[in-house]
Design a protein around this ligand. Structure first.
Ligand SMILES: NC(=O)c1ccc[n+]([C@@H]2O[C@H](COP(=O)([O-])OP(=O)(O)OC[C@H]3O[C@@H](n4cnc5c(N)ncnc54)[C@H](O)[C@@H]3O)[C@@H](O)[C@H]2O)c1
Length: 288
């Protein structure tokens, strides 16, 4: 979508109250868009709403838990009511666990919580917004925040990786579906590498009884001679979140399928090599 097709139209950013979501909201506002800042932490959403307004754009803060379909549907209703036309949806809200923990030390609820926000949250966004985007005579774009965690293995982070890999598969399928069905809705997958945000503190959003410190979760480091896992915001090479928003804006303007914030992990090339080696040499009838 060209810049002039964005200007004056609406954008919705979930998890817009901080970090990467805030950066995307500010970049879209800088391109002349009005923004609905949605977050389960409404005070954080209101702070970013005020920053967007300071750029001279319209902005609304909405409290929304993306893991609940009814709340995302209410978000869509509010967004269309307040801004009239939504050109961009950014399904960015996400959570993680700390300490990193082995899959066998995690509870089923740990998995359900992370899948509920990270994957179901993005799915709810598509369910709530796509019918109205499809009915619009104007083009639209959806950005789904994945993670570099799906491009290489991260021990101690199985639920998170599973949730983001689900977003990857879903996004690639729906991008192809929209294209095949002639819908003017672009889809971009954002792959942040380590970004300096408050992400490691996600468990603050869980009921106290479910938090790791209450339950005494066995940390992954107990299997690695005390060596802590350093990924995400704690990793060397972590970048400032403000650098991410402009990359996302550029991808929307050029309908790029992927945004990368860091170099491609060598694991990805190695995986492609191993898959090629594992495949039968001649063309195979099944690609399922
Ligand atoms: N920071 C990193 O290194 C990194 C790396 C890869 C991917 N990501 C992804 O980037 C996205 C943004 O993360 P961030 O680093 O900016 O972290 P962040 O914690 O600063 O921002 C996440 C925002 O999502 C909100 N949120 C959490 N649960 C929610 C829910 N149920 N409903 C609505 N809002 C909710 C939080 O209140 C917060 O404002 C996430 O999807 C995350 O998985 C981050």
């Amino acid at each position: 979508m060209r810049r002039e097709q964005l200007r004056g139209r609406g954008a919705v950013v979930t998890g817009g109250g901080g970090g990467i979501g805030r950066s995307i909201a500010m970049a879209l506002a800088g391109a002349g868009m009005d923004v609905v800042v949605a977050d389960v932490d409404v005070a954080a959403a209101e702070r970013v709403r005020d920053e967007v307004r300071a750029l001279g754009r319209r902005a609304v803060a909405v409290r929304c838990d993306v893991s609940q379909l009814a709340e995302v549907e209410a978000l869509a209703d509010a967004a269309y009511r307040e801004l009239g036309d939504i050109a961009v949806l950014v399904n960015n809200a996400g959570v993680t666990w700390r300490p990193y923990r082995a899959s066998w030390d995690a509870s089923v609820d740990d998995f359900a919580w992370i899948m509920g926000v990270n994957f179901w949250g993005a799915l709810h966004g598509h369910r709530a917004f796509v019918p109205r985007m499809a009915a619009s005579p104007l083009p639209s774009h959806i950005v789904n925040t994945s993670s570099a965690a799906t491009l290489r293995p991260v021990p101690g982070h199985a639920a998170y990786t599973a949730s983001k890999a689900a977003i990857d598969g879903f996004s690639m399928a729906v991008r192809a579906e929209y294209e095949a069905a002639g819908l003017d809705i672009g889809v971009t997958l954002l792959y942040p590498g380590p970004v300096r945000t408050g992400f490691a503190g996600s468990e603050r959003l869980r009921p106290e009884a479910d938090r790791a410190e209450t339950r005494g979760v066995v940390p992954w480091s107990s299997y690695t001679d005390g060596q802590p896992m350093r990924a995400g915001a704690e990793a060397p090479g972590a970048i400032d979140p403000d650098t991410v928003g402009p990359l996302v804006l550029d991808a929307i303007e050029h309908d790029r399928p992927y945004v990368m914030t860091h170099p491609v992990p060598p694991f990805l090339a190695e995986r492609a090599r191993q898959l090629t080696e594992a495949a039968p040499p001649a063309p195979h009838p099944s690609v399922e």
